[in-house]
Design a protein around this ligand. Structure first.
Ligand code: C2E
Ligand code: MG
Length: 730
């Protein structure tokens, strides 16, 4: 249209109409004017296009801005809104326009909006005010929004509110995620992030805490600076292969700290790629598992090892035995178990204290490990019980037994060597039970019971001894188990009785009697002490039995008080070491004496050398305490132990009792005959009495009398018998 107009104008100003008749203006001027007009026109057209473009641009900006634009009329209705606003509120724009904006305020914020809106309208022009509101989407979901409002009041019109509406939930989520990432990054795990060339870009605090390297020291370097030198090429090749193929690697790795210390770490490395699959970063997180590892090892030690001696404990032994039995079939070789029990350990513990006991156990453990091979197992089952498991012995049982016995003898010798216990010289023997194993013929639990039982046999055979488990023992083991069950009920069933055996003087006068216990077993008949006292001592039943014994003895003394002859007799009672070492032993006796009105001067306790020697000072103190009340002491089985003269001299003894084995050998075995002579001579030097036990022949008695021993006990004078029989004979 513009062009048409211009063309018309051009035609009008053609040379044929060179001058305007009426204007008098020259043709040239007209042409120039026309050009100027055309240029102006072009500029106008260009401006118009720019304006249209700008309008378009701003329109788009307005419509698609990332925030909503809303204009509210003075009555709170939506006057205008961009597309983003209608999207945020979930309502198409045509429906949105004319609606009250308050419809989109969440219920809880309604009141606040109602109060705010009038004040907004009253506020001065173009002052920005910002508010956070919970908004209600058309679909009833609620979102946090940020409102930036300003009031616009034309000179003589009504105010409107222009506002921007920003959905905060997305940015809040992002904030939250960033927060989480920051927390994760500052976790307990040492983290470093590298670029694709493994150059370290960032490390966290834990990284510095673990490695000792500050961020400045590592950023720009590669993780090579952590390498411990402990891993070979194969290790790193596998690590990279995993990173390249599955973008991650996880495993235990040894690293080096700044101070040079190596530490084991559990490390996870992840390769991070961008959307296009291009490798961007490596993220490595690691924890120092040195402590965990140490704790784990500690736990393992607690579970499988004896904390005192560091030897395997029962659990580990059981496991090893299980494996050993299986291996014995595979290798077609016998294995052996040796059960080692220290003789008199309980006494050491009770008298010198547990610390000393512990010292001894540690030394025993060292000696045992010194004897066996690396492959063998040395275990401590508890207390003073040790088990050695030998493996890979001979195919033939006899040969295997010989090898096991050789080791057993070595153990006996080694444990017999003197010990130094915090300055105390201490000697201790042991008893060993042994058994062979080969395959599954005997259940593993039974193997341990067998070897335990064989050990008891060894103990009964005189201690410092080794004994193999055999078929006879199998039977005996069954019997022992039954006997133990019976023994537990014997007291309650009053099955114990005291027998009395006289002790006579040179002129055959009774000077005293020894009380000797018997067990009237309902099926087995009358049992001698040797058949049940050791069992009672092992099971601790000796304490109630001993108590019964002392009570019975005191009752006997009470009864004697009214009888012509026994009034002057001494009553000898055998005291078990376990009884004697009870802390309340003395008090217990004193109480009994009072309780029964027994004459303490008639009471004599027979102690054994080993009992006294365990803790000689304790023994002296207890003996003296009782001696003050008139109780006397005799050293039983004298000659079989190893007490020195100096020890004997210290003890408040009244009497030595020569062991019956020496008496038996008088005139038979010259050394024993000599011993008898020497003992008698010794008592004369020490100024104490001497009595011979087990005197069976007149020859023995005469020899003893010749040497100066004037007190005797034995079958020659009388057998042990119950009191009523004893009385009858009298
Ligand atoms: P012991 O104290 O040395 O007791 C002496 C043992 O020699 C007794 O054996 C006795 O019967 C035995 N005997 C006596 N005269 C002769 C003889 O002429 N020839 C032979 N061959 N033996 C004779 P018994 O009664 O079997 O007691 C054995 C051991 O049992 C006792 O040895 C003692 O250590 C212990 N015992 C006995 N009664 C008790 C008790 O009431 N309490 C404790 N704790 N131990 C006891
Ligand atoms: Mg005795």
């Amino acid at each position: 249209m513009l062009r048409e107009e211009a063309e018309n104008r051009e035609a009008h100003l053609s040379p044929e109409h060179d001058t305007h008749p009426s204007s008098g203006v020259g043709l040239h001027d007209l042409l120039a004017y026309n050009h100027a007009l055309e240029r102006q026109n072009e500029a106008l057209q260009q401006n118009q296009a720019v304006i249209e473009q700008a309008r378009d641009y701003y329109h788009k900006l307005y419509e698609f801005a990332p925030i909503g634009y809303i204009t509210l009329a003075h009555d709170g209705r939506v006057n205008a809104a961009n597309l983003t606003a209608s999207e945020l509120l979930g309502v198409d724009r045509p429906q949105l326009l004319g609606q009250h904006f308050s419809h989109f305020i969440a219920h809880n914020d309604q009141t606040r909006w109602q109060q705010l809106f009038p004040s907004l309208l009253a506020s001065p022009n173009n002052i920005r005010q910002a508010f956070d509101f919970r908004m209600l989407h058309h679909n009833q979901s609620i979102f946090d929004a940020h409102l930036d409002c300003l009031c616009d009041t034309p000179a003589n019109g009504l105010p409107t509110i222009r506002m921007t509406l920003t959905d905060m939930s997305a940015s809040q989520r992002l904030d939250h995620e960033l927060q989480l990432a920051a927390i994760a990054f500052d976790s307990q795990e040492g983290i470093f992030i590298t670029d694709a060339d493994t150059v370290i870009l960032r490390v966290n605090k834990a990284f510095t805490a673990i490695t000792g390297f500050s961020p400045e020291e590592v950023i720009g370097n590669t993780p090579k600076m952590l390498q411990s030198g402990r891993h070979d090429k194969v290790f790193y090749r596998a690590l990279w292969a995993s990173l390249n193929s599955v973008a991650s690697w996880q495993g235990e790795i040894w690293n080096r700290r700044k101070n040079g210390e190596l530490y084991p770490a559990w490390m996870t490395i992840t390769a991070v790629h961008d959307n296009t699959g291009k490798l961007k970063h490596y993220v490595a997180a690691h924890i120092d598992i040195g402590v965990t590892k140490a704790a784990y090892e500690q736990i393992e030690r607690l579970v499988f090892y004896d904390p005192l001696t560091n030897l395997a404990n029962r659990r580990l032994l059981t496991e090893r035995l299980h494996l050993g039995v299986a291996a014995s079939i595979r290798n077609k070789r016998h294995g052996a178990l040796l059960f080692i029990d220290l003789d008199n350990f309980k006494l050491l513990n009770d008298t010198l204290g547990h610390d000393m006991g512990d010292l001894l156990l540690k030394q025993v453990a060292q000696r045992l490990t010194g004897i066996v091979r690396e492959v063998d197992t040395v275990a401590r089952l508890g207390g003073d019980e040790f088990v050695v498991m030998l493996e890979g012995l001979d195919k033939r049982a006899e040969e295997a037994a010989i090898s096991a016995e050789v080791v057993g003898r070595k153990i006996l010798d080694a444990l017999n060597e003197p010990y130094q216990l915090a300055g105390h010289d201490y000697r201790c023997s042991c008893s060993i039970g042994a058994t062979l194993f080969y395959g599954y013929t005997i259940p593993e639990v039974d193997l341990l019971r067998h070897v335990d039982f064989a050990m008891y046999k060894a103990k009964h055979n005189g201690r410092n001894n080794l004994c193999f488990f055999d078929h006879a023992m199998q039977t005996a083991l069954i019997e022992r188990t039954a006997l133990e069950a019976d023994l537990r009920q014997a007291l309650a069933k009053s099955q114990f009785v005291l027998f009395y055996q006289k002790q006579v003087s040179l002129d055959n006068q009774i000077v005293g009697v020894e009380a000797l216990i018997r067990w009237r077993h309902p099926e087995l008949g009358l049992l001698e002490p040797a058949q049940f006292i050791p069992l009672a001592e092992e099971t601790g039943l000796i304490l109630p039995i001993g108590q019964w014994l002392l009570e019975t003895a005191c009752r006997q003394l009470e009864q004697w008080a009214g009888q012509a002859q026994p009034r002057h007799w001494l009553l000898s009672v055998n005291i078990s070491p376990i009884q004697f070492h009870q802390p309340n032993f003395v008090q217990n006796i004193l109480t009994l004496l009072d309780q029964f009105a027994a004459n303490p001067h008639q009471l004599k306790f027979e102690l054994t050398e080993s009992l006294v020697l365990i803790n000689i000072n304790e023994a002296i103190a207890k003996m003296n305490a009782l001696r003050d009340r008139g109780v006397r002491f005799s050293m039983d089985n004298f000659g079989t132990g190893c007490s020195s003269l100096s020890h004997l001299a210290q003890l408040p003894l009244d009497q030595l009792k020569i062991d019956r084995s020496f008496i038996h050998n008088i005139g038979i075995k010259p050394t024993d005959t000599l011993i008898v002579k020497t003992i008698i001579a010794m008592t004369q030097t020490l100024g104490i009495k001497v009595i011979a036990e087990g005197v069976e022949t007149v020859a023995q008695r005469n020899f003893l009398a010749q040497q100066g021993c004037t007190l005797y006990q034995g079958h020659l004078f009388g057998q042990p018998m119950p009191w009523d029989e004893f009385e009858a004979v009298l």
